[in-house]
Design a protein around this ligand. Structure first.
Ligand code: 6R9
Length: 641
């Protein structure tokens, strides 16, 4: 076939001497954590966090699965993210660099950010927000979003961020579940050059949210909005009369920091609860040692703040470490397909973190776009969100990393709060695996009976500092969802393999595992095989009910520009999957399509593809990035049958 993916997967990429010499991490970290796991986290907590009052215990595991970390320690997240830097030699260092789609640029130093955060905390407090009140953010990727997050943490009011692309129904449900008292939004933001009416969507949701008393609106896109008398206030108006200092609340390590709803597969959205101390320790420790940030770096994580990656690795960890974090609000191909590389060059980005789905999109567009720009200042790359297929890894490595940058494939979840399985820059890499657990993290691959195996379920064997503490308002669901299956092991919901080097290969959600004639197949494995073919840009595989086999393999395939979905190509793809994984994995159906249904965080919604393949009516598609794509696929499939 076109490429030999097995050869790529088994290839080991050793870190250069230069990388090893300069890395924040050393092999001793693993040894230290192995000898004394809690001692390691104790050291991290002492080195990375400024505590108002010391904790008395690293881990309280007396009431599993309700674990507590750094008990009775007192701290404030905004103090750690701004005050301590603003009062140091970092005062005039860039904290946040920002560019909007239409080219507006902002740089906020730590000194400036300190002032803004204090003022907004003061303004929120004057609007009646107190410690413990929930505040909902429905905002674009603008500096005010980070300021709002930090202002909430200063008061001790947990935030619940709802991704700005979500529908008003999703927003309403999340506001009501959290019983939010105040909502922060913006007039709008630009998407492909046109303003997207955030405030209008929020107004729709706010018709049915009895707990909301006030709405703060940031003027961003300049589009017309309606301000509701007595309820809505402009951000710039309340900032004009705010005090320049607001005393940071002394929060307990186990006080709630935020709620974040996961894109639930079925039922009510799950409000994942994170707390203050452990979260701040593990997000910083992982960013410091995995992404190897240095004082002079510009670091860019492309995630939206509406997702956990945006919380932990755009805002909290980089700012707590006193680094420079870059934010972009806009589409990745506006005005052209080199927008990301253009910004990376202009802002001098050194460390770049994105998702495989974006990398495959860049791949599809071709190498001429990154080639237009000087990316030689990039030192390290990262990926997150789904298993990365070795082809995409290689493309990223060669075309963005210039063959010199290690790629940190970080496995973690909304629930884990921070990286769990990830290489360090000193780790030999293999394309497609997140390699080994971070120091102080204990994971395993087990079978149905909780016995270690080389192919099975991914579990976390012991509590970790940034773990979720519960599902908001539903302790039972927390127990049922994560702790029922394997008792004292946390069940991540992912399947995994372990190779001869002990590296862990996450194969995808277990609910995405197919059972074809009694053989277990990961959707990600088949997709990876398909995208190895030169013609294929992206693929999504689902299991379709089958009378004899139980399930049959059904693949939805996007071709690269210039290729056609001929019957010959169908045969070629089927054959390749057969060769790569085994005849059992050969798709019965291959449907060529121009788009795939994805959540706005870029995850393929296989449930919807299954509905199409099995001839069911399309259910709720409001959380899709592009609902129109569904209609198109459905029509195409109907035409085929
Ligand atoms: C951070 C984030 C979590 C799920 C997770 C897994 C998949 C994330 C991955 C990965 C393989 C990686 N996932 N990173 N799979 N390799 N490096 O994405 O959180 O949105 O909660 O998704 O994403 O299936 O269980 P979240």
């Amino acid at each position: 076939m076109d490429t030999n993916a097995n050869a790529i997967e088994n290839r080991v990429f050793y870190p250069s001497e230069e990388v090893v010499k300069n890395a924040n991490a050393t092999p001793e970290l693993y040894e230290e954590a192995k000898k004394d796991r809690l001692g390691f986290w104790d050291r991290m907590a002492k080195e990375l966090v400024t505590w108002f009052e010391p904790y008395d215990k690293v881990l309280d595991d007396s009431n599993p699965p309700f674990y507590k970390w750094f008990t009775n320690g007192k701290l404030n997240v905004s103090y750690n993210c701004v005050d301590r830097h603003a009062k140091s030699e970092k005062r005039n260092k860039a904290a946040i660099c920002y560019e909007s789609e239409i080219g507006k640029k902002v740089v906020l130093t730590y000194g400036q950010l300190y002032r803004e955060v204090n003022m907004f905390a003061s303004a929120l407090s004057k609007l009646g927000v107190k410690k413990g009140d929930r505040v909902c953010l429905y905002m674009p990727m603008i500096p005010e979003a980070a300021i709002a997050m930090l202002a909430c943490t200063r008061i001790g009011a947990p935030h619940s961020i709802v991704f700005g692309g979500f529908s008003s129904d999703s927003l309403r449900d999340r506001i009501n579940d959290a019983k939010a008292k105040l909502v922060i939004t913006a007039d709008g933001n630009f998407r492909r050059g046109t303003p997207f009416p955030l405030k209008k969507n929020a107004d729709e949701a706010l018709k049915e949210t009895p707990t909301v008393e006030k709405v703060v609106v940031v003027k961003n896109a300049g589009n017309e909005v309606e301000m509701v008398e007595g309820r809505d206030v402009w951000y710039h108006d309340i900032m004009a009369t705010a005090d320049t200092y607001y005393e940071p609340e002394k929060m307990d390590a186990e006080d709630m920091l935020f709620i974040l709803y996961t894109s639930g597969s079925t039922g009510k959205p799950k409000g994942v609860v994170h707390t203050t101390g452990g979260y701040l320790v593990q997000t910083q420790a992982t960013l410091k040692y995995v992404f190897d940030l240095k004082e002079t770096d510009v670091y860019w994580c492309t995630a939206d703040i509406g997702w956990i990656t945006g919380h932990s690795y755009v805002v909290y960890a980089p700012l707590a470490l006193g680094m420079t974090t870059f934010m972009y609000d806009g589409t990745i191909d506006y005005p052209d397909k080199d927008r990301m590389w253009d910004m990376a060059e202009r802002w001098g980005v050194n460390v770049f973190y994105t998702a495989p789905t974006a990398i495959r999109t860049f791949m599809k567009w071709g190498t001429e776009y990154p080639k237009k720009h000087d990316l030689s200042q990039i030192r390290l790359l990262g990926t997150v969100g789904e298993p990365i297929n070795p082809e995409a890894w290689m493309w990223y490595y060669e075309n963005i990393g210039g063959g010199r940058c290690p790629i940190m494939d970080t496995w973690w979840q909304t629930e884990t709060g921070a990286f769990m399985i990830t290489p360090l820059p000193i780790t030999p890499l293999k394309p497609g695996t997140a390699t080994v657990p971070f120091p102080g993290i204990e994971v395993d691959v087990v079978d149905e009976n909780k016995q270690p195996t080389d192919r099975g379920y991914l579990v976390v064997k012991s509590p970790w500092p940034s773990m979720l503490r519960t599902i908001y308002g539903d302790d039972q669901r927390y127990i049922d969802q994560y702790w029922k299956r394997f008792g004292d092991y946390y069940f991540a919901g992912d399947g995994a393999k372990r190779d001869e080097m002990g590296y862990i290969w996450v194969t995808g959600r277990v609910d995405d595992v197919l059972n074809v004639s009694g053989h277990r197949l990961g959707t990600a494995e088949i997709e990876s095989a398909l995208v190895e073919c030169a013609e294929v840009a992206e693929a999504a595989v689902i299991g379709k009910k089958h009378d004899v086999k139980g399930e049959s393999v059904c693949a939805f395939v996007i071709l690269k520009d210039g290729f056609e979905g001929t019957p010959e190509l169908v045969e070629k793809l089927r054959k390749h999957v057969g060769v790569k994984i085994g005849p059992i994995a050969r798709p019965d159906d291959i449907i060529f399509t121009a788009a795939l249904p994805k959540t706005r965080s870029g995850k393929i919604m296989r449930r919807l593809l299954r509905d199409i393949a099995e001839g069911r009516a399309l259910g709720d598609i409001t959380t899709l990035a592009d609902p129109g794509a569904m209609q198109e696929i459905a029509a195409k499939y109907a035409g085929k049958e």
